[in-house]
Design a protein around this ligand. Structure first.
Ligand code: SAM
Length: 292
């Protein structure tokens, strides 16, 4: 087996060889602990039949573990300076394809068709750049890509919000959006000391397994998400007040919102954080006729 990239000594050696300096603006915090990488890959449940998509390979620390565990790895890297480094560090592997692009602008579906034609099960596994964790996760889920799920490292605070249950302070529209598409759980808490440079915040790894179908039936998905976002606009306000001030102007009156709340069996004085996902679905479906 090749010498791991993700040891402090090897990482420093690679960085010195190429005169590489970290760009904070690109969320560059590289992992330097092979055990953590091993654990992340373990949670993804990869086999030699699986494909893996990585976002931000950096100098290849996680990429090589993915290459050892799966059939093929496709990694999106935005920073051109890393391409010659990856060519060098990943040269022992013939099952990795690095794509120089911003994942937020990439046509990931098209890339998957090109790269994984003979592979059925694909997982996204990444140590995400922290400045764009939420947009990346939402893009991959909302585009309904043919992936099985994601195992990703991100800020612990965001992981807490993603996996939060109703009635807790972290529960909000992000929890609902992601739990609508996936079964979400936090699988690891990761200390700052396993990165260089160390990030300012604690980290966690979350596992998101895509649902075969959503847990609730909604008449219109966009409207459902508008209702959930509106309900948390001001956390201390009641659901009635948030909906009245946030939903599109001039379409429905307060009485209509009251009628819809009654129809959905929801007390108008409750706060958004107390509503479960099925309750939000009932509410959005009851409100929809007044706004369509
Ligand atoms: N995977 C490496 C590791 O664990 O050591 C590096 C992870 S580092 C937290 C994030 C990586 O994402 C960096 O290599 C950075 O250049 C890259 N990156 C940042 N924004 C990106 C974007 N929009 N699309 C693709 N890669 C991006």
């Amino acid at each position: 087996m090749n010498k791991d990239i993700a040891t402090p000594a090897r990482t420093k050696e690679i960085m010195q060889k190429y005169g590489f300096s970290f760009k904070k603006s690109l969320g560059q915090n590289f992992l330097i602990d092979p055990n953590i990488l091993q654990n992340i890959v373990g949670h993804a449940g990869l086999t030699k039949e699986h494909g893996a998509i990585e976002i931000g390979p950096g100098i290849g620390a996680l990429t090589e573990h993915l290459a050892r565990a799966s059939k093929k790895v496709v990694a999106f890297e935005i920073d051109q300076r890393l391409l010659p480094i990856l060519d060098d560090t990943l040269s022992p592997y013939d099952n990795i394809h690095i794509r120089h692009s911003d994942v937020l602008k990439a046509d990931v579906r098209q890339v998957m068709e090109e790269e994984f034609a003979d592979i059925k099960d694909v997982m996204v596994v990444a140590n995400l750049p922290y400045y764009v964790t939420t947009p990346i996760i939402l893009k991959l889920l909302m585009e309904d890509l043919p992936i099985k799920g994601l195992v990703v490292m991100l800020q612990k605070e965001v992981a807490d919000r993603i996996a939060a249950k109703p009635g807790t302070k972290n529960y909000g529209s992000l929890s609902i959006a992601i739990q609508y598409y996936t079964e979400a759980s936090t699988v690891m808490i990761v200390p700052k000391t396993v990165f260089i440079p160390q990030p300012n915040v604690d980290s966690a790894v979350i596992k998101l397994i895509k649902r075969k179908k959503p847990p609730v039936e909604v008449t219109d998905e966009d409207f459902f998400f508008t209702v959930t976002r509106s309900s948390f606009a001001q956390r201390r306000k009641t659901i009635l007040n948030n909906l009245t001030s946030q939903l599109p102007d001039g379409k429905a009156k307060k009485e209509d919102i009251l009628k819809a709340l009654e129809q959905a069996g929801i007390e108008p004085q409750r706060r958004g954080e107390s509503l479960s996902i099925p309750e939000f679905a009932n509410l959005a479906n009851a409100l929809y006729p007044y706004f369509s």
